[in-house]
Design a binder for this molecule. Structure first.
Ligand code: ZN
Length: 145
């Protein structure tokens, strides 16, 4: 990760420079004053997704899901809980594959739930199928470096 990190605000999409050593000190957005890390995944569209992946420097874990998908709903609480454990080392995003067809096409999502881990704007790893909270955390940490 570059230092200082560029952290994208979940509220206003502003880019904030934060020294890596201070990421855990509950930094706030310089523009809108929202907390940069909320312990919750962010629902993203094409624009906010690209902002986090391409502009931000925090590794990003994305859950590709759909409302009709039972296993996705089953995994949602585990993914949400993993956010508070993985931040600020990893940013967690959710992509509704029905609403964001351009993103599911770009990444050729064929089965859901699918998780993709991005670092340095590149896809580092992906996996499909329901995972537990600890499984998500372990998988992300194993692949982030
Ligand atoms: Zn903001």
């Amino acid at each position: 990760m570059t230092d200082p990190a560029l952290v994208i605000c979940q509220q206003c999409s502003g880019a904030n420079r934060v020294p890596v050593a201070r990421l855990g000190e509950q930094p706030v957005c310089g523009r809108c004053k929202a907390r940069l890390f909320t312990g919750k995944p962010q629902d993203v569209n094409l624009a906010t997704f690209d902002r986090h992946i391409q502009k931000g420097t925090i590794p990003v874990l994305v859950d590709f899901w759909a409302s009709w998908c039972g296993p996705c709903k089953m995994m949602a609480p585990a993914f949400a809980a993993a956010a508070s454990a993985l931040e600020p080392e990893v940013r967690l995003l959710k992509v509704d594959t029905e609403a964001q067809k351009a993103l599911s096409a770009r990444y050729q999502i064929r089965s859901i739930p699918s998780l993709i881990l991005f670092a340095g704007a590149q896809e580092k790893a992906r996996t499909a199928g329901v995972m537990t909270q600890q499984g998500i955390i372990d998988w992300a940490r194993a692949n982030v470096n």
